[in-house]
Ligand binder design. Structure first.
Ligand code: FAD
Length: 306
């Protein structure tokens, strides 16, 4: 039986593992892909104290740091179910059952993709998902934001201060963002909003993005926009499908946590992009992972006194 079993090996899970292992308690990490989303990241320039690194290097550094401690890492294993109780069970897709006094869920999230030609080919070469991360790479360039919900309009406002021009593309006939964001957007002179538009292809020269095509859903006509970057902002999906019915989730599927990272189930904690904590960033996931680890340690010392 583990004292703490961490499900997910991204920045949040790695930080949680280091914090619990340093308390001298038996720690395990089960991860589908140790490293998490940073494995898909090209350059990282906003992890404080590391001026610049790339995703692969960062993921290796995470793993090396965790391996400095006595942590049982079970990589390429997916959790399929959690059973709460004094001793919690985590079932894996491969049929194993892991037992732990406390669990930290840090299974992260994934960006919803538009699934058009060019998106995968030019990912990290002009196709981006995170304006806080990649916005500055497009300084002085032309970009499109796909999606007119809150995240898309926020991204357009944010990017308008950095890039030369933003084209915001919305599938529906109207933007879906809050009125206050739409009003702000309307004041920006370097933003053009195109509604009722379905993105059909992201173009490039074989190395990087140079344009985008969309179909006007009213006229059926196809148009091309020349640009250097495309930010896809149609939603971040938390990896919580396996938790439905056991742990309380928000309407967006994120795990509800309190100030110590505790979920609706006693002794089950959560951290990082999988939770309701806003602003999905590495530095935030790491901090939340540390917090959930301390929360679970606190829980263990209290429950063992019963
Ligand atoms: P994740 O990194 O998503 O890790 C989740 C972990 O859980 C993985 O190990 C995964 O394999 C595992 N997992 C998922 N489901 C299961 C399951 N059922 N069973 C077992 N394991 C499971 N942030 C920045 O701060 N700066 C940047 O420059 C930056 N650039 C980015 C670029 C891209 C392309 C992307 C996609 C994201 C970027 N981000 C950036 C965001 C950042 O990567 C995330 O905020 C951060 O990785 C969240 O960490 P996490 O540990 O919560 O989740």
């Amino acid at each position: 039986v583990f004292d703490v079993l961490i499900v997910g090996g991204g920045p949040a899970g790695a930080a949680a593992a280091i914090y619990t292992a340093r308390k001298g308690i038996r720690t395990g990490v089960i991860a589908d892909r140790f490293g998490g989303q940073v494995l898909d990241t090209l350059s990282i320039e906003n992890f404080i104290s590391v001026k610049e690194t790339d995703g692969q290097k960062f993921a290796v550094a995470l793993e090396q740091h965790v391996k400095e401690y006595d942590v049982d890492i079970m990589n390429t294993q997916r959790a399929s179910k959690i059973v709460p109780g004094k001793i919690k069970e985590v079932h894996t897709e491969s049929g194993a059952v892991l037992r732990a006094k406390s669990v930290i869920i840090s299974t992260g999230a994934r960006w919803r993709e538009i699934n058009v030609p060019g998106e995968k080919e030019y990912r990290n070469h002009g196709v981006a998902y995170c304006p806080h991360c990649d916005g500055p790479l497009f300084k002085g360039k032309r970009v499109a934001v796909i999606g007119g919900g809150n995240s898309g309009v926020e991204a357009a406002i944010d990017l308008a201060g950095i890039v030369e021009h933003v084209t915001l593309i919305e599938f529906g006939a109207e933007l879906r963002a809050d009125a206050v964001l739409q009003r702000k957007l309307a004041t920006l002179r370097n933003v053009k909003v195109i509604k009722s538009a379905q993105t059909s292809e992201i173009h490039g020269d074989g190395k990087k993005v140079n344009g985008l095509s969309y179909t006007d859903r009213e006229s059926g006509q196809s148009h091309r926009v020349d640009l250097e970057g495309v930010f896809v902002q149609i939603g971040l999906v938390p990896n919580t499908e396996w938790l439905k019915g056991t742990i309380e989730l928000s309407k967006h599927g994120e795990i509800e946590v309190d100030a110590k990272g505790q979920t609706s189930e006693t002794g089950i904690f959560a951290a990082g992009d999988v939770t309701t904590v806003p602003y999905k960033q590495i530095v935030i996931a790491v901090g939340e992972g540390a917090k959930a680890a301390l929360g679970s340690f606190d829980y263990l010392i209290r429950s063992s006194a019963d």
